[in-house]
Design a protein around this ligand. Structure first.
Ligand code: PHE
Length: 563
């Protein structure tokens, strides 16, 4: 033991990895030594094989997999129905064109550039884009967001698994009975009381979360190409098949016999007919812009990480656009056509609107009533929730990878080590969300701070770094290298001037909004509630933790002459 400490002390000037390597070879420390050798790289930083995507279609599928998720099927229909139906699509498409697609391209370009310079994590990539000591700390935001969003996203993913299972066994076929489904939801998710999910080891939600964790970590442990890419290559076509089956079922539903005007066509009209009066409300614009970020996974630090694994001269321009288009297909054509019209036929517009106040109500409380009444409902219910589960996995995988990439290159961890560390951190975060389940307060709090507010901040940081520091000239060159689609020049103008202006406006409106959903002031007030405060502190604590790690990473990169 003494020898171990002495070695550690002696080797400290060579940095963490060398010190750990030295401990690993200390005879008296064979147990610790072996453990450390499994968790940390002991050679040079290049000793683990550089990860890359196996094929072009693979990277498109992986990015599309990240984008297509619960946001497309639960969040989008609710937001659209709540914010003027068809009219919502006007700010939605404006946000898509002014910030969504341009920023996606910016992330792809910065990511592949950083990857060529040997970095896969945002702190590393930012440090080559902007040679300033602060840049890597800004990059830490692109680790914080996916990590903390994972804490709660995985919980909803586990609900989808639970619902799919309960359709398979038939327990969710309880007839048209809104109270029964609300009660099922409350007991399954623990939203009526804190701590109930941990009252026994065999709580269904606990089993589902355990399975969901295992699936996610097994896939990421298998690596980028062997794990994530392979999984997405199978899951996305499977999701498309399941969703199209449900879509055909919905579009061929007869009118409701009790209310003959409740037809599919009127349901589509309910979703899509524009109520133009909502356009004058800033909330509609905020909701639309927020939805664009969330759905494209832009501003989360995910695309920049995934793009860093693209080979230097391989196309990113067309791949980026394709992945975003696949997402829009799933969102607008499938997500927008299934949920609302189906619910409209069986529930009618008034009841339906009462479910749109939260994206969970629509998916987990309203839809089961619909499946209960539709012919073949059990099968379609299963297909629907199983599809949601798959869609959620391909998204949650993309939240783990950016942080694990950082643990590897910043702290010199092996794949085993980074998987294990990430596992421990996410168990703690998810444990919090699951324990404080009453009114889903833990989830709500982290979702607001990370998944709504900070993503706008990160998007703004990225637009500024790309447009003003890295430069649109280099940016265009990067997008053009190996490109199979020429990105029009005006996109650079958009990223440099229009996107930041739009983002500053959104940020300002969010910070001053009293809206009960997207209002920062409302959320600040809510901090009086201890759980809301704890959620906020978890986000802040994670930021501090990541900054400390980034500090060590910076030292390491300096020693290696990389930054
Ligand atoms: N885009 C995903 C969805 O629509 C959510 C997500 C956000 C995924 C951030 C990865 C990273 O559900």
């Amino acid at each position: 033991m003494v020898a171990t400490v002495a070695r550690l002390w002696e080797a400290r000037q060579f940095g963490l990895t060398h010190a750990l390597a030295s401990v690993a070879t200390t005879p008296s420390a064979n147990v610790y030594g072996r453990l450390i050798a499994t968790l940390f790289e002991t050679g040079s930083y290049m000793s683990e094989v550089k990860e890359q995507w196996g094929s072009r279609i693979g990277v498109i599928m992986a990015v599309a997999g990240s984008a297509v998720g619960l946001g497309n099927f639960l969040r989008f229909p609710g937001k659209a129905a709540e914010n003027g139906g068809g009219a919502f699509m006007i700010p939605y498409f404006i946000a898509l064109l002014l910030v969504g697609i341009p920023l996606c391209w910016a992330e792809w370009a910065m990511g592949r550039y950083g990857g060529r310079k040997g970095f896969n994590s945002a702190p590393g990539i930012f440090s080559v884009l902007w040679r300033h000591p602060l840049s890597k700390y800004l990059g830490a935001l692109a680790l914080l967001i996916p990590m903390t969003v994972y804490f709660y996203y995985i919980v909803v993913e586990a609900w989808c698994l639970g619902y799919a299972w309960n359709y398979l066994t038939g327990s969710l076929m309880m007839g048209k009975n809104p109270e029964a489904y609300s009660a099922f939801f409350s007991s399954f998710t623990g939203s009526d009381q804190d701590g109930t999910l941990f009252s026994s080891l065999f709580q269904p939600a606990l089993i589902c979360i355990a399975i969901t964790f295992v699936v996610n970590f097994l896939v990421v442990y298998r690596g980028l190409s062997g794990g994530i890419e392979t999984f997405c290559n199978i899951a996305i076509p499977l999701m498309a098949v399941c969703a199209i089956c449900v879509l055909i079922r919905v579009l061929t539903l007869p009118a409701n016999p009790q209310n003959p005007e409740q037809t599919v066509v009127n349901g589509l009209g309910f979703m899509w007919n524009p109520d133009l009066s909502v356009l004058s409300k800033p909330e509609t614009w905020l909701a639309a812009a927020g939805q664009i970020f969330f759905t494209l996974s832009v501003g989360f630090g995910v695309i920049i990480n995934y793009a860093s694994y693209v080979k230097p001269k391989k196309d990113i321009a067309l791949s980026g656009l394709t992945a975003s288009s696949v997402n829009e297909f799933f969102e607008v054509c499938l997500g927008g056509t299934i949920t609302i019209p189906a619910a409209f036929i069986f529930l009618g517009s008034t009841t339906l609107l009462s479910f749109t106040s939260s994206s969970f109500s629509l998916g987990f409380k309203a839809l089961p009533n619909v499946f209960a009444e539709m012919p073949g409902g059990q099968v379609f219910g299963f297909l629907w929730f199983f599809m949601l589960f798959l869609a959620a996995i391909t998204s949650s995988l993309s939240m783990l990878q950016p942080v694990m990439a950082f643990f590897k290159e910043g702290l010199g961890m092996t794949r085993k080590g980074s998987t294990l560390l990430m596992f421990v951190i996410t168990c703690l975060g998810t444990g919090f969300v699951m324990y404080f389940s009453k009114n889903l307060a833990g989830l709500d709090s982290i979702d607001f701070w990370s998944g709504e507010l900070f993503i706008v901040v990160l998007a703004l940081v990225q637009a500024i770094i790309y447009g003003w520091v890295f430069g649109t000239k280099l940016g265009q060159e990067e997008l053009d290298a190996g490109a199979e689609l020429r990105v029009p020049r005006f996109v650079q103008f958009v990223i440099k001037y229009i996107s930041p202006a739009f983002l500053i406006w959104i940020l300002f409106s969010m910070l001053t909004s009293r809206d009960k959903v997207s209002g920062t002031l409302t959320m600040v007030k809510k901090l009086q509630d201890p759980i809301q405060l704890a959620g906020f502190l978890i986000v802040v604590g994670s930021m501090v933790f990541l900054w400390v790690m980034v500090f060590f990473a910076g030292q390491r990169w300096k020693r290696e002459g990389r930054a």
